[in-house]
Design a protein around this ligand. Sequence first.
Ligand code: ADP
Ligand code: MG
Ligand code: ZN
Length: 479
Amino acid sequence: MKYETVIGLEVHVELATDSKIFCSCSAGSYGTEPNMHVCPACCGMPGMLPVVNKRVIDFGMKAGMMLNCHINRTTTFDKKNYYYPDLPSAFQTTQWFAPIAVKGLVEIKTSTGKKGIRIKQIHMEEDAGKLVHDIREDTTHIDFNRTSVPLIEIVSEPDLSSAEEVEAYLDRLKTLLRYARVAECEMAHGTMRCDVNLSVRPEGSNVLGVRSEMKNMNSIEAIKRAIDYETFRHIDAIENGTEELVQETRRWDDIKGMSFAMRTKETAGDYRYFPDPNVMPVVIDDKWYDGIKSSLPEFPEVRFERYTTELGLSEYDARRLTESIALCECFEAACKVTGNPKDCVNWITSEVMSILGVRGITYDQLKLDGNALGELIKLVSDSKVSRVNGRKILDAMFDDGTVSPAEYAASEGLIISTDTDLIDKVVAEVVAADPKSVADYKGGKEKALMALFGKCMRQLKGNCDPQVLRKALIAKINE
Ligand code: ADP
Ligand code: MG
Ligand code: ZN
């Protein structure tokens, strides 16, 4: 018999707010010293009361809208009770009865075409702390920096049917949430984590099989291997009776390439969910809702379309720009100044991307002021600054966000000289000092001209229109 794989994902995404969900501790916990961002509230001290961070609701709403969800205008928080050392209050404040967003749809593209994946719901919740096991000392340390960092959990319907689709879906979530600037979604940083629910059923059947759940997967490669392994295990169990399938939580061991039973699946009853009496229901009025709605970015595809048709960019360039909303916004601001999209995309995909690469800055972290970039591009295209010096100025703009290209060029002596007397003087000196190159050039060696040209350019500190210099040089040689 032929089987199909049925997969539903629960994806945890860390929201990129400055502070935690119920206190004012910093939420940017990745890579900091342990236990630096803690207070009595996020450490679960008795008597401490939570205060909802409004930005978390903003971001939750944005995420819901990006994934085409219905937003619950009254959204509430509930307590999920369980005991574990990384959860100091012994309950997690999450959303059970009225999550921020429900009934969404995300479109993915794979080698077999387009497919819609239904979103069951998105709820907001606080993260737990991090346990760090030290095998040498045979102890476990606890880092509370991550407790109460805001998360959204995006729960899909079981609409995915292959590793390829899962990868496309996760990619899509990442793109959409990054575009809305609500999350980084970097699995390697733990800002995106994924629980994989999987079952199999005879092809064509619409009855769901018994599922297993693999928790906290944090690399796409591991997820793909785990899906293949689990699919095989389920089919083997059904076909060959190797084991009895039960609904359970399993742990994926990426080194062994196998999954192992952890515990039978807990049910909602185990968690004794109840409304958190310390967190008031959040009511989203029209003004708040409309404000968030109008702040949403244009989708990447729409931008791509506009860039290739209206602005005449190549598909290649448009794809590179639309990878990141920060690049798009910088590009669009620069275009407004120069009126020349091709020139702007050129600068971004060559000079800007090269500087980002050298400095180890991601596209999304780009903070370059697009207006200033536009001014710089214009200085170069108007032949006021040479391309090489333009790159120098761009570097200075990365060092200091307040640098104005025109002022910097003037103060550093990087403005192209239109002083033809000066150019003629330099050309005359260089030609007189290097009779060999002059003779070589006259004898047909084009390269010799480049040597002379380079010498002149160096003396002029690059502040010369290359065309003007070339003409002056040839004229002098042929005198
Ligand atoms: P629970 O509350 O027990 O975690 P949910 O209904 O919230 O169950 O489902 C959790 C995830 O598991 C969802 O992403 C859902 O799509 C997926 N899922 C549910 N049943 C199956 C199944 N039989 N096979 C694969 N995935 C499933
Ligand atoms: Mg669930
Ligand atoms: Zn705190």
